[in-house]
Design a protein around this ligand. Sequence first.
Ligand code: ATP
Length: 472
Amino acid sequence: MQIVCTDRELLIFEKIAAAAQSLEVPCYLIGGFVRDKIIGRPTKDADIVCMGDGIELAHRVAASFQPKPTVAYFKTFGTAQIKLEDFEVEFVGARKESYSHHSRKPEVEPGSIEDDQDRRDFTINALAISLNKEDFGMLIDPFNGMKDIDAKTIQTPLPPLQTFSDDPLRMMRAIRFATQLHFTIAEETFQAIKDNAHRIKIVSQERITDELNKIMLTDQPSIGWDLLFRSGLLHIIFPQMVDLYGAEYVDGKGHKDNFYHTIQVLDNIAKNTDDLWLRWAALLHDIGKPATKKFEEGHGWTFHGHEVVGARMVPKIFTRLKLPLNEKMKLVQKLVMLHLRPISLTKENITDSAIRRLLFDAGEDIESLMMLCNADITSKNPNKVKRFMQNFEMVHNRLQEVEESDKIRNWQPPISGEMIMEKFGLNPSKPVGLIKDAIREAILDGIIPNDFDAAYQFMLQKAVELNLQAVE
Ligand code: ATP
């Protein structure tokens, strides 16, 4: 073998080789598994291509394991999968592809290993390893994929204009691999992406967003967003991000480039969390800035209310990108809405009341919010960063102190609406809400402590103001 496999992987490949031999079909390991092994990345799935029926081979392979794994197969695509504990193997017959202009779904016909390598997207993904008796373990590298791995280059095996026009999803994949592997896209290949960017329109949103999420989950997602921007793809798939780009100057006063600031914030948060949705919150935190930008005489550039506008944009963006419209979207929206609050607390004398209100509004997401605010500090001036960090630490500590004493974070009203209705013989009605709100405000303002007795007395007082009579 020209790659280093575990004993278990080797045993699996020997069984596949034996099954293929018994069917008299040549077979090869191909694609991502070979690439990742050479690079030294962990990998949990392998693709097998054979000069015959992939489904039949999968069944023969499955029969040689005890217990016998299930074969999941798709007749229309001629593919089959078996899962061997946490290792997944996919089988397919080698094929030759031809594309028509309007679709990324090719006409396929059986082909040779060379045909199958020709249809691969990048040279580093076209590497194959023989599992045949005569040359078991031999690397077949018709496009110098090894050289490209060494040079950390992504390029297409065939002329790139054709490759990307045939299947425009490959443009997203090129950028995703460049981001995941920290590889550079070869000049001619990148130029072809620019020239074909408009073709991305024939790719389904789900596939585009899959790639975006993979970019988001890398250790330095800014690489991908920058490439998306520079290739022109971003202008088509996510124009609101492009609106963040650039710095405008009036009377010699400029503002920072919010696109590059945003992707820096994204990288910052990526150092501290693998959570996809916190990363999306970082990407979207300033998305309302272009719509709120103003130059005010004497002040310079302002973006008043950009957090509110941004939070309103979140569901629209999630809908367009076909991201889930569930509590994850709500979390992103909430973080965008609140992202200025912790820092704004450093500008005034922090009262307990302001801290309590932030704890109340952020609830259980306060740590995530603080993580976002921390990531948002991107100034290049070390003194400024130091001052921000100190202020940030101070707010962090105050939040902890106030939470310890007042327990606001997962606040539940000490007096429920039912209790109020029962006490004053009310149906669900406005006064019930008024009393509940007044109790909450009094607690947040520190007028009364956050406990039942104090809230009960306060309720009685409020009832007098509202001319309500207690029922005995
Ligand atoms: P990952 O598992 O990280 O997505 P991968 O390279 O294994 O990486 P898959 O999508 O599983 O990606 O694809 C397996 C192989 O199939 C690739 O290595 C490549 O050779 C080929 N391939 C996948 N998608 C395409 C495509 N759109 N065009 C051409 N070849 C492709």
